[in-house]
Design a protein around this ligand. Sequence first.
Ligand SMILES: [Zn+2]
Ligand SMILES: [Zn+2]
Length: 395
Amino acid sequence: MREEAAAIAGEIAELRHDIHREPEIGYELPRTQRKVLAALDGLPLEITLGTALTSVTAVLRGGRPGPAVLLRGDMDALPVTEATGVPFASRIDGVMHACGHDLHTAMLAGAARLLAARQPDIPGSVIFMFQPAEEGGGGAKLMIGEGVLGAAGGPPVAAYALHVFSDMLGCGVFAARPGPALAASDAIDVTVRGRGGHASVPYRGLDPVPAACEMVTALQAMVTRRFDVFDPVVITVGSFHAGTARNVIPDEAAFHATARSYSPQSRERLRDETLRLVRNIAQAHGLTAEARFVEGYPVTVNDPAEAAFATATAAEIFGAGRAIIPAQPLTGAEDFSFVLGEVPGAFIMLGACPPGTDPRTAPSNHSAAAVFDDAALADGATLYAELALRRLARR
Ligand SMILES: [Zn+2]
Ligand SMILES: [Zn+2]
């Protein structure tokens, strides 16, 4: 498989560069969708396009009977102005493939080529899930709603996603851990309402600013006093707004936070405790607070057996030094979590920082300077294909 992947490495890189030059954001990725369809053209695939989003679901039915395995690659870019200087840099102002999803799309199309060549011998089906709107839009959830999990008939027995990283891991190193791999990511929106007035006579109004400030610090105390250190949570208030002038007490103050957690229990407690804390602080000061906890992506939980299978497969193909089990999950979030909520599987990290770069100091994913090396492409396509083949052979 590695040799076959090496033979098409140039084409995979070309597709990646083509997608990288014209990045698109969100649910509607018409150009990217066209490029994927062109790359899959002529292969023995059953293709369905999304209706609520420009997804591509391709099913390869093997020549022998068996269950289905799902492989996912996300396709969307970010609102970032590229500053990498690579020859295939983005030509679209303010849009960049800064999370490496261009590599995922190209690797998945490559895997489709590799597997299609073995179609008669495959004992079952492979579902290729080309997904828009990973970056905040929950495209995976929409694709599940449109039937991606049933595309081959019954539900898949396993699902795998590869994700490249421009830092953290050495180039070509695969990593998957059992259990939580990424955090749940939720939003907290708070508006504290008081009564504005002249800043010189605060006792005649109801100043929302000190109460809102108290909430921000109390939330940090809550994180350390109310949550198990071995089931950690993170709250960051990234936006805080109140007032228009130094001598005016505003009617309201508002802030927005992101909340990360690693278990359904702590996620639920995070919601309950946050809302209670914020509302009661407002009440203590004679104010009211409108507080919302908006669920984003759930915890990405790797099935222990599937994660072990993924790292063992990578170690067998590429050598033991290229497969590791990270001690800790990441604090980022992924909507592949919705797939893993339905199907056992694994989210597998792949180091793609360029040679000569120190992964500890390289610009990270989402940075305007993040560079992902083409060297990861053939190996990523190989692993996708091998995971599907071996998992189907095992049943
Ligand atoms: Zn990202
Ligand atoms: Zn990503």
